[in-house]
Design a protein around this ligand. Sequence first.
Ligand code: DGT
Ligand code: CA
Ligand code: CA
Ligand code: ZN
Length: 621
Amino acid sequence: MTKNDIAGVLEEIGTLLELKGENPFKVRAYQAGARALEGIEEAELVRLVKEEQLQTVKGIGEALAQKITELHATGRLEFYEKLKTSIEPGLVEMLQIPGLGPKKIKALHDRLSIADIAALTKACQAGSVAELEGFGEKTQEKILAGIKNREAYGRRHLWWEAWEIAEPMVAGLRALPGVIHAEAAGSLRRGLETVGDLDFIVAAKKIEPVVEWFTTLPQVKEVTAKGETKASVRFESGLQADLRIVPEEQFAFALHHFTGSKDHNVQMRQRALARGLSLSEWGLVPEADRELTTEDGGRKTVKAVVAERTLSSKDQAPTSKSGKDGEKEKKGDGRQGSVVGTEKELFKALGLHFIPPELREGLGEIEAADQGELPRLIELADLRGAFHNHTTASDGRNTLAEMVGAAEALGWEYLGFADHSKSSFQANGLSEERLFAQVDEIHALNAARRFKTHVFTGVECDILTDGRLDYEDAVLAKLDYVVASVHNAFAQDEDKMTARIIRALENPHTTMLGHLTGRLLLRRESYHVNAVKVIDAAIANRVIIELNASPWRLDMDWRHWRKAAERGLLCSINPDAHETGGLAHVRAGINAARKGWLTSENVLNTRSLAQVKKYFAGRKK
Ligand code: DGT
Ligand code: CA
Ligand code: CA
Ligand code: ZN
């Protein structure tokens, strides 16, 4: 760690201690230490650490010297990691609100029991913050404004939440008169786990009604831009959406461009250039032929046409336009007729097979498309069941029978359960007796043939801090399968956590590993674990790693899957459903699986009931 990184950590420790209401002297010691570090040269720090002379620096005492040395050598500090996990994450998050320091946050926590931004918002709206000593009306207003801005500009959004808004909008756009095509593009279409903003691309005969519809939707909180062929809006949640309307013949190019990713686009343009072509959001034109004939017979370059169009849309933005302009613009498009009408044709024009949006991350998809080596990606319809699901027996909201009924309604051949084990008492984990009762219930359900869906017995078994599992072997042996997961002691260092998980994988009863990193997207960081080592161990022990399809997890991350699957790792797409509606989350898991280049062969729950039974039986031997 560099000097500045270390100073940053010390500063943060000071803030966190203050948040906890620690002794002000202790707080100040860390702040002083940070400043002292800033005052010396990097080389000087190296020398002082080496000669163990740090405490000779004014502002750095014995204890601090030790911590700096540890950070300098390892980049980590046990004390700091522990401190971080000892504080409610909501309080730390509140630090991002302008005008709210640790002292104020502590006061809010102590006096109003406010532990996160949602509660703070409510308290401000109710006026109770203003009544607190040291706060007042003005501060309260400032806090509210700060929260609003942070949400509006700072936050990304879960793919699932963005999709729930986007999907009906696409349907609405398509239903408008004069709309020829409408698609959601951007990171949403690429199936990224979080989304910055929505991007809609529309081909329409008449532009104005589309813009009008888009900007007057009931869920729109604010119209942030409104031009002749585009508009931007912001929703209640802070999520923003861009709309672009293009002439029909540009649709494929615009859709491709605004689907991205940027890296993919850059590589596509390079490929076009290598073939003497110029690819843009407006079209694909011969590079040598950059001069275009306009309607009035003049000659103009693509660049000039583009510049004009950009200008004219800016100039005319404030005035209302008649629908005729769409027609005019369409004819006025001087681009030479290219036969590209779909993305498929666009790729073909560059000698490529169609690249599914999920693969467009600039990670080798163009090379694979060139060689005809793109995988046949898994699809939602390939799934025939799912294994990691909860019931009211632990922390789920629906009974076992309700869950099975929902799986049957989805047409699934099988459903497996994995309620929490006894150490997860916060999640009402099952004692051996309660687990056996559930196993009996499942056997009875299968025997009665009440549902077409077969039910598998399983458990989500805690991996204890040392890597042992939460039940005796004899208990685990009674189940069809075991999902082993980490649910506590997140602060362990990477070596410890990695060894802990690997030990669990070596247990012959472990069928699959649950949520590899424990991350909660946009809410909680991963614990420290060496993913590559865990993947190696899973392959060596023929253990599955789950792709937890909960929109908050999507863990193991798609970025690991391509390589891992190539090396023989088997995946299971697990909804981790806590209610009947949660089964649908496999849709998000499919996105991630596709981004990880997975085919149906890579995923256990695409197999038939008979094959799965055989797989579990084989694992038991
Ligand atoms: P997001 O919204 O942050 O989750 O990510 P995207 O990928 O949706 O990005 P966004 O909304 O800024 O733009 C949509 C797409 O438009 C992006 O994936 C690629 C394309 N695009 C935007 N700006 C640029 C750019 O400066 N260069 C290139 N090559 N493409 C761009
Ligand atoms: Ca976007
Ligand atoms: Ca955008
Ligand atoms: Zn879990």
